[in-house]
Design a binder for this molecule. Sequence first.
Ligand code: ADP
Length: 338
Amino acid sequence: MLHLNRKFPQALEKDEMTSPDADRLKALLPAEVAQRVQSLRLAEGTASVVIDATGLSVQDRAGLEARVAEALQGAPGVADVRVAVMADKPSRRILAVGSGKGGVGKSTLAANLAVALSRMGRKVGLVDADIYGPSQARLLGTEGQRPVAHESRLVPVASAFGVPVLSMANLLEPGQAIAWRGPMVAGALTQLLEGHWDNAEIVVVDLPPGTGDVQLTMLQKFKPAGAVIVSTPQDLALMDATRAIELFEKSGVPIVGVVENMAGYACPHCGEVSDPFGAGGAEAAARDMGQAFLGRIPLDIVIRRDSDAGTPPAAGNGPQAEAFAALAARVSDWLDSH
Ligand code: ADP
């Protein structure tokens, strides 16, 4: 993307940076701006500067032009300053987290997967596309924070876990119900997805359960690079998961794989693991459908407690964090190879 504040001479010579004028003017810039100078030349009293703003937040980028102009204006030989700020559009990919039905832990999975990917060093954002039942503000502890708008686009709310988030929950009054029809939902979803995701390379999208309007809009308008399907081990949940997989496949969205959530119950008193919903159902179902199995997350009181408290277990140091890190590693490998 190229932001020009005025008509800008495009042809820039390679040796412009090494001219004495360029060195002299560059020395006038604040150090953190000077190191971003891509080219600088002085011709007939006009200093032309190209700044590389890759990786800067939208707020930091906004002040760059003014800072350069201020530093160079009035320097010997400079009558006019022209600044171009360039920012590489990051190749951002949407990773959808879906499920065939509600209550299987999809939102919990989406939040913790995002946090675990971020802990691996990935730049991740999170969109809560569950317009009618948003829960990401609670899961990431951002309840009550309001996103601001910049240039008519929403700036995601920063969470304490390295993952910025946009959720309807941050835009509504607590307890406010939404009674919207399809087109309004689609409009809201567009606002969330077209927010200032800046340098996020992955935007994890927590889709509402099922195969309705929001999912279709999402898949048609913002095609995900891949979809992670969450299921519990019961047969019924697995049948629903199969339908979700079909929806993605019909829309040409590749399935990253299936996660089995609430798999095995670790007794908090004796540590014995039991399988209230059966064991291995999702793995077998994934295999039958020719899909990858991404792993199991146990039914664990710590996951529920920490999630409710707005401190995602993936950000901690317990076995729960390890389970989410293992899941994130598989998803990360998939992203690298697709
Ligand atoms: P969904 O998005 O599929 O409707 P949620 O993520 O909202 O499901 O989870 C439903 C409930 O189950 C929440 O109270 C959540 O804390 C809890 N939960 C999710 N996964 C686990 C798990 N592995 N262990 C314990 N509780 C879980």
